[in-house]
Design a binder for this molecule. Structure first.
Ligand SMILES: Cc1ncc(C[n+]2csc(CCOP(=O)(O)OP(=O)(O)O)c2C)c(N)n1
Length: 568
């Protein structure tokens, strides 16, 4: 049966298990929106196209699949740009569909064309593939090339343009085929390399697993748990991959931020790295904490992108393939010879648990406004079991690295791109992907929260179980700290402060959300509980101490070492 181009696009996405669409419709997309809704898709319109991109990114992170958002021709597509760059740096396979004028208009020489700019070329450097469906019968090949490229090697975004003249054209095409018919799916590593890796793991006395963001975004936690159990070793978490794998919470230590992680790294004689780029925040696997015992350490890296091998550091055993397929290969080979844990593992577990308990105890308390360390402790202690954690902000996030008491199985934030303003859209996207079942908590700096604050309306419209805990210093706190360190205390802090008359709890109420203003430690957790109980998305405006927020960030020196091994 003939199908229109817009219907075919939906069919091709459905073959990948995609059923969510974000964006603000216009004539290029109204047919697609209608049909998607009829076919049972979740069609969500945010208040900014950049939000649509972030929401789609969150869906991809929560499902392990590609996700889709649209932008209308000209300004709509322009607004997608930030989300595209973010998805590129965060390795998120988001398909950005752009509307465009009909080609006859695009090719005209005359001036004054409305809502028009040449788009595809503008985004080439921000995506892995940028193309346009010029002719209706190219729909399958262009969409599949987009999906193939988004998921091949290091995942990432693609831009596909969908000009006005092709939308309504008809195609006579067979039903869509399975993804395995047009792209690599579940690639395993070669048996020789698996055997080499297994021999090295068996020979190791003190192995560690270095687990990155890719493990979480590919939803491979259960497979990695099975392998970690057989290896009976600590899990070192990269700072981009701060979700905790269920069942491994106690022996997961954040790289660089916990003494247990540093001890485990230094004493390790084998590092099996999974789902990590081995980037700046892990000192490329060769700087800082890795230096001491470098000569005695064997490296195994599971990577889907063969061209990443040996770039950031040398690798003894590269395992090229989809980590969802390669990790089970290792587990299978090790299943009859499980390792026993070393006495050090127990000691590290105890040391880390004691560290967290001590931080909860010693975080400055009893102040009004609240100390940001105390905010982090109180909010994360009130984090609901099996909730989804979303983070945004500068100093607020840095306090969280040290003081967080929660061990969430899903944490959504972007460490690599460091894009503020993502928190609220990520929370909405994660809630949409989850179907609103699990509670969501966003802990955010205030300035970051304001970027996309209109999405509170979206959260309210979708009735998401979201509580936003906002650390309010009425400032770009981290940058206040930069002024102080650069020019000394008492210097001008140009462009970092804004109105202290702002009440985010009241803004929330205006969007139909629940709002509370808090300025004492002991009121934080009860306010969070009341917000969840209200049955509406909630915003807790927590007044925090601006001086502490800009001057007392813990582990700031560790954070600075991320930048090109200490050089800016
Ligand atoms: C989109 C974007 N703009 C600017 C920055 C640079 N930046 C990093 S942290 C920060 C301050 C954030 O302020 P706020 O959200 O209030 O959190 P706080 O530092 O006060 O905890 C800025 C401006 C960035 N990372 N992303």
């Amino acid at each position: 049966m003939p199908v229109k181009v817009y219907e075919r696009i939906l069919q091709l996405f459905e073959a990948e298990g995609i059923n969510t669409l974000f964006g603000i419709p216009d004539p290029n997309f109204v047919h697609m929106f209608h049909l998607a809704e009829e076919r049972g898709w979740n069609v969500v319109a945010p208040h900014h196209e950049e939000s649509a991109g972030f929401m789609a990114e969150a869906v991809s992170r929560m499902t392990g699949k590609p996700a889709v958002c649209i932008g209308t021709l000209g300004p709509g597509v322009a607004n997608l740009a930030g989300a595209m760059m973010c998805a590129k740096v965060e390795n998120s396979p988001v398909v950005f569909l752009g509307g465009q004028r009909a080609r006859i208009t695009e090719q005209r020489v005359r001036r004054g064309r409305i809502q028009f700019v040449q788009q595809a070329a503008l985004f080439e450097n921000s995506v892995k593939y940028s193309a346009s469906i010029e002719y209706a019968d190219q729909t399958d090949e262009v969409i599949r090339e987009g999906l193939r490229t988004a998921l091949n090697g290091t995942p990432g975004p693609v831009y596909i343009e969908y000009p006005q003249h092709v939308i309504q054209q008809e195609l006579d095409v067979p039903p869509p085929v399975e993804p395995s018919a047009y792209r690599l799916v579940g690639q395993t590593a070669g048996a020789d390399k698996v055997a080499e890796a297994v021999a090295a793991i068996r020979a190791a006395k003190q192995p560690i697993l270095l687990v990155g963001h890719g493990v979480h975004t590919s939803r491979a936690g259960a497979q990695v748990k099975a392998l970690a159990d057989l290896m009976a070793c600590p899990v070192i978490q990269t700072s981009g991959g701060t979700s905790y794998i269920e069942g491994l919470e106690d022996r997961t230590f954040p790289y660089g931020f916990s003494p247990s992680s540093i001890d485990a790294v230094v004493t390790s004689d084998l590092c099996l790295a999974i789902g990590t780029e081995l980037g700046e925040p892990v000192h490329f696997g060769r700087g800082r904490h890795w230096v001491a015992n470098e000569a005695n350490r064997t490296w195994i890296l599971i990577e889907q992108d063969a061209s990443a091998i040996g770039v950031n550091r040398s690798i003894d055993v590269p395992l090229i393939g989809d980590l969802r397929a390669v990790v089970p290969q290792l587990a299978d080979a090790l299943k009859d010879t499980p390792r026993t844990a070393t006495p050090e593992l127990d000691a590290w577990i105890r040391q880390d648990a004691d560290r967290l308990a001590e931080l909860a105890e010693t975080a400055p308390s009893g102040q009004t406004p609240v100390h940001p360390a105390r905010l982090s402790v109180e909010a994360t202690k009130a984090f609901p079991k099996d909730g989804i954690m979303v983070r945004d902000g500068g100093a607020t996030t840095i306090f969280g690295w040290t003081y967080s008491q929660a061990k969430p199985h899903d944490v959504i934030w972007n460490q690599n791109f460091g894009h503020l303003g993502t928190g609220l859209p990520y929370a909405v996207g994660a809630g949409v992907a989850d179907g609103g079942r699990r509670p969501l908590m966003l802990i955010t700096g205030d300035s970051s929260f304001l970027f996309q604050i209109a999405e509170l309306e979206t959260a309210a419209r979708l009735n998401l179980p979201l509580v936003c805990v906002v650390a309010v210093d009425y400032a770009w706190g981290l940058e206040v700290g930069v002024y102080k360190r650069t020019f000394g205390h008492g210097s001008r802090e140009t462009g970092t402060h804004w109105s202290t008359a702002t009440r985010l709890d009241k803004v929330a109420e205006g969007f139909g959300c629940y709002g509370e203003y808090v300025e004492r430690d002991e009121d934080i957790a009860p306010a969070i509980k009341r917000a969840y109980a209200s049955g509406r998305p909630g915003v807790i405006h927590v007044a925090v101490d601006p001086k502490a927020n800009s001057e007392e960030m813990p582990s700031y020196d560790e954070f600075r070492t991320w930048y090109a091994e200490g050089q800016q």
